[in-house]
Design a protein around this ligand. Sequence first.
Ligand code: LMG
Ligand code: NDP
Ligand code: PMR
Length: 404
Amino acid sequence: MALQAHLGSITAPTLSLHKKEARWSPSTKETVFFGTSVSDYQAAISDLSSLIIISNNRRALKRGCVRAQTTMTTTPAINRAAPEGKKTLRKGSVIITGASSGLGLATAKALAESGKWHVVMACRDFLKAEKAARSVGMSRENYTVMHLDLASLDSVRQFVDNFKRSGRPLDVLVCNAAVYLPTAKEPTFTAEGFELSVGTNHLGHFLLSRILLEDMQKSDYPAKRLIIVGSITGNTNTLAGNVPPKAYLGDLRGLSAGLNGTNTSPMIDGGDFDGAKAYKDSKVCNMLTMQEFHRRYHEETGITFNSLYPGCIATTGLFREHIPLFRLLFPPFQKYITKGYVSEEEAGKRLAQVVSDPSLSKSGVYWSWNKDSASFENQLSQEASDVEKARKVWELSEKLVGLA
Ligand code: LMG
Ligand code: NDP
Ligand code: PMR
């Protein structure tokens, strides 16, 4: 396939795999405590992350360092798809996984209300999704519910077939769905036998986005995007990312052995099962995958690849498996103590911005927002921006989902 060409050979010499570098140090200048930062610090982060991205992108290198918030890019692919004077006037078509609650639903609502998007709600529970769409007042012509269970690779392939048969174009794909199993004592598994959190949050989305990339390439929409939702808790350069258990992928020996928990470990690093860690590890995989997509495909396809931390949406269904005391205390803790709290509505607007705002068109970026809800390019932890690890996770994931 023509898409195979990639920029893997242009690597940043400063980003290499060192076990110790994944550890947090309070004196580290780059530490970003609340996922937000004061303005001068923000500019420094932005410049730094631009540099990292630039070192991986030949074209950007030629252009020089530019702040994404103020940059409108016209990529070659956009020119190819929609030549000047032939701007696409149709509605955008966006798939959002896990749009039946929380962030996914709030984003679907925000995009549907804009009148500029048709939202394909890719959900495992059809009825729940349909009811959710109605409960937030989405009107029928603005959405379609389609079945997708990310914990089954057959279901992922079936979803893609159904989507293709629907004849809809694909302009933006949002990989949002996730499970979090903090109280599980024993691992549970996907249909193919992968530990459920990494299997759903990472591997299901990995297969989905890989096989939908072709459809996105075919789209004539002027701004095509693939967004994979990340999180602060997977980034050990933050305080939140240092609450035990910390994300850590190690040498990927568990992933390499298939995460099946029978004769191998269900954890990516090969350790004992820990549900909270498995979730955080899956978020690291999400953020690494986004960057690997960027390195392999951005220049050739013009597609924008992004991730984000939308803020702490402490009231969503993500915490449904947590103990009741946690669910009671977590929202006020985030609201009044860490001040990292955002409402589902606000978080939905943020993700909708990443889907459709022309000023967020830069590829390879991990977006975050400050207290005034202004977006900025945030810095990922050492591990979540490790080029070599990203490549290995990509290759091992390809094998596990049957793409290699
Ligand atoms: C992990 O442990 C398990 O290891 C893992 O297996 C898995 O189960 C996972 O999440 C699931 O949990 C988590 C454990 C480790 O953290 C806790 O158990 C603490 C729970 C905290 C939950 C948040 C609620 C806090 C309640 C505070 C009350 C707020 C009320 C608001 C009222 C507003 C009024 C206006 O965590 C740690 O090891 C971290 C270190 C332990 C710290 C323990 C602190 C107690 C919390 C007190 C809050 C103080 C906050 C200080 C923050 C300062 C910020 C500047
Ligand atoms: P929710 O639990 O509200 O939403 C998760 C969605 O994923 C639900 O719609 C759920 O479906 C769906 N889902 C779960 N498993 C599957 C599956 N096997 N197949 C298809 N869909 C599935 O949580 P949030 O809205 O909080 O989470 C959304 C995203 O935001 C996640 O990626 C999470 O990591 C991220 N995030 C959340 C933060 C927060 O503070 N809440 C902070 C940072 C990131 P169903 O309705 O059927 O259960
Ligand atoms: Mg965290 C300092 C700011 C901060 C922020 C922004 C978050 C976000 N958390 C912060 C701090 C703390 N948390 C502190 C100081 C503690 C110890 C008391 C703490 C604890 C804590 C727990 C037990 N936090 C949690 C949990 C969870 O179970 C959540 C989790 O890790 O899920 C994987 C969580 C979260 N804290 C956040 C966010 C956004 C989460 C949800 C995780 C996610 O969606 O990725």
